[in-house]
Design a protein around this ligand. Structure first.
Ligand SMILES: [Zn+2]
Length: 179
């Protein structure tokens, strides 16, 4: 915060300008020749670049047009039949579903259609294995990892490989669900 004192009578408080002209926004900021910058600064809404309806100025296109584009994009995704087990992700609602029951419950609670959820089949994220160079920054150059440590890493990686999914992410396939 600027706490410097500026007295009413001081030249620092205001000055008389001559010979200037240009665009001024509704808060009194001067933008010179830039009508666009002044209008943008003073407005809250702009026209959607797609349909022309007023939309909050931070977005290029309105919510409706964004949704339309997301649906179009979803419809071009390759589709596979859902096996009823792999978790699903709803692109439209940003929700994950881990079984048919919770999916049906959600549809019921939100009174939406399964199509409107835009479901994606998830892919598993595995636990990362320990790479052989994991300790390389700790060791003197050219030295080998002690054999028992190497064996322990191999054993740990065996355990890691046997684990179920660590988490799930949306994959590239749209889900065809028969419920
Ligand atoms: Zn629009």
């Amino acid at each position: 915060m600027d706490t410097k004192q500026i007295l009413y009578s001081s030249d620092a408080a205001a000055s008389f300008a001559t010979g200037i002209e240009g665009w001024i926004d509704n808060k009194g900021r001067f933008f010179g020749d830039s009508e666009h910058m002044a209008r943008y600064s003073g407005c809250t809404h702009i026209n959607c670049a797609e349909c022309g309806k007023p939309t909050v100025r931070y977005y290029r296109i309105c919510r409706e047009c964004q949704d339309k584009k997301s649906i179009e994009r979803y419809n071009t995704k390759p589709r596979i039949k859902w096996n009823g087990k792999t978790p699903l992700y709803s692109e439209a609602h940003d929700e994950y579903f881990f079984d048919t029951e919770s999916l049906l419950e959600y549809i019921d609670e939100h009174d939406c259609s399964i199509r409107s959820l835009r479901l994606i089949v998830c892919v598993a994220n595995k636990f990362r294995e320990i790479e052989s160079d994991y300790f390389s920054d700790d060791m003197t150059d050219g030295y080998e990892l002690p054999a028992d440590l190497e064996d322990a890493i191999a054993a740990l990686n065996d355990v890691i490989r046997q684990q179920p999914a660590a988490s799930w992410s949306p994959g590239k396939y749209a889900a065809d669900c028969d419920l």
